[in-house]
Design a protein around this ligand. Structure first.
Ligand SMILES: *Cc1c(COP(=O)(O)O)cnc(C)c1O
Length: 385
């Protein structure tokens, strides 16, 4: 078999540890919906859904119908599938016939879903999303009143699976007041549904950050993305957890599920005073040994990691030097005694040393989400126990 320039490994035991930790925080009565949008945050939706089901997950959240289609054909345990975002009217019949649940956040989808359900003679399984302050999708108060009227007239054609909303930045203390307000609004909308005899089966509002920081947001189910993959939504969320935990061990309870590995393609020596790579962004200030690695921005290794990124070679933390090219990067291996073919760990690690995505950009927690989801589908994913 022809070898690809890099490989992604998924650790099932890491996922098991993360899910056990999350459950220990939530208690027994809260369901975890595993969020697998963005190709399971770059982990590979096919491989990830498989190991998540093996670890006991029975509910998946996706963004779009095509992702729902993938989960539908991979799942082995009849897990529930919920679309939080885009679902074209033309695909509503497909979704309803396959028992795929979906958010309803505007009149057009609501009316079309009910019509599709009537044509099929099968109930649509809907989650009413309400607008509580993110100002993205969801019914506001007026809209919800109109929706309630319409739903009451069409009772026989849907199952009200859930009522839900999404918070505007629960990973940052700066948004505390806004999140509290959103919780209040959500509870108000929920009461409005209940008093109109439209009691949803479950309520769910929390993403990873909200579930960890604001226990009130957990309700019946939480939609957990980043945390299950072994990353904190932000440094603040981690510190908030450390402040509250009774566990005397203050180390990170999460384990990274992903590791991304390549190998040294070539080694050379460069003399003091030479520029390395395109342009003049790196000047050798000593005689150096450098290694080229066949991974660049075409493989999802961001150009913004030029002169900043870190990797592990022979258990030594080494730096990316010069600009990241389309298909290559250069590492400073002066201290690493590297030779051609040696393993290069771009994300992950062994023996206690680790390259976390976060270490690339402590300033921006968003980098975790972005770097992971940009890992191309083309890189092979291999599951390890
Ligand atoms: C992405 C997403 C989540 C999960 O967010 P994490 O921060 O990764 O836990 C939850 N709910 C909605 C609506 C989302 O779009």
């Amino acid at each position: 078999m022809i070898k690809s320039p890099s490989t992604i490994f998924l650790s099932k035991s890491a996922l098991q540890i993360n899910l056990a930790f999350i459950k220990s925080q939530l208690g027994e009565d809260v369901t975890i919906s595993s969020v697998v949008k963005g190709n399971a945050y770059g982990h590979g939706i096919k491989q990830f859904v498989k190991i998540a089901e093996e670890c006991g997950i029975r509910h998946f959240s996706v963004f779009s119908a095509d992702e729902a289609y993938e989960v539908l054909h991979i799942r082995k345990h009849n897990s529930e599938i919920m679309i939080m975002g885009v679902l074209e009217n033309d695909d509503l019949e497909w979704a309803i016939s396959n028992d795929i649940q979906f958010f309803v956040f505007e009149p057009d989808r609501m009316v079309n879903a009910i019509n599709a359900a009537k044509r099929l003679g099968k109930k649509a399984r809907i989650h009413i999303e309400v607008e509580t302050g993110l100002n993205r999708t969801g019914f506001n108060q007026e809209g919800l009143k109109a929706a309630i009227k319409f739903l009451k007239e069409n009772r026989d054609h849907f199952v009200l699976e859930g009522a839900c909303t999404h918070y505007a930045g629960a990973e940052s203390v700066a948004n505390h007041v806004r999140v509290q307000k959103q919780i209040k609004w959500f509870n108000k909308f929920y009461k409005l549904l209940v008093t109109n005899d439209l009691t949803p089966r479950i309520r769910h509002t929390a993403c990873s950050a909200a579930a960890m920081t604001y226990p009130k947001t957990r309700m019946d189910m939480v939609r957990i993305g980043i945390l299950q993959y072994g990353y904190w939504p932000s440094r603040e969320t981690f510190i908030d957890y450390l402040g509250k935990t009774k566990n005397p061990d203050k180390s990170d309870p999460l384990k990274r599920v992903i590791s991304w590995r390549s190998a040294v393609m070539s080694i050379k020596s460069v003399a003091l005073g030479e520029f390395i790579g395109y342009g003049t962004s790196f000047l050798a200030q000593q005689d150096m040994r450098i290694a080229t690695v066949p991974v660049g921005y075409a493989q999802g290794y961001s150009r913004s990691l030029s002169n900043i990124g870190r990797a592990l070679v022979n258990n030594v933390r080494v730096g990316v030097i010069g600009v990241v090219n389309m298909n290559m990067m250069i590492l400073d291996v002066t201290e690493a005694e590297a030779k051609k073919g040696d393993e290069v760990i771009l994300i992950g690690g062994d023996n206690g040393l680790e390259i976390s995505v976060a270490s690339f950009g402590e300033l921006s927690s968003q980098l975790n989400y972005e770097l992971l989801t940009r890992l191309p589908d083309r890189i092979p994913r291999i599951i390890k126990e």
